[in-house]
Design a protein. Sequence first.
Length: 85
Amino acid sequence: MRVSVSEAKAQLTELVKRAEAGDEVILTRRGHEIVRLVPVVVSPGLKGRRALMEKVRASAAAQAHQGPAAARSQDFLYDDDGMPT
């Protein structure tokens, strides 16, 4: 929806409600787009972020698998004397 700034002055409450509902509201001046009304997205607070991080950590821990120790992962490249094979 495109509305001129002068028209928007009389309809501001309605335009804000429409933007909150998800409608695209663009204000124009002399036929040129100048402003878009969009709803503010609330970011999660400290508790919400912490809960999200814990959820991610738990998910990662559940998916992780125990592989060979990094110190022993290349042993097949060397013989018993530590020389390359």
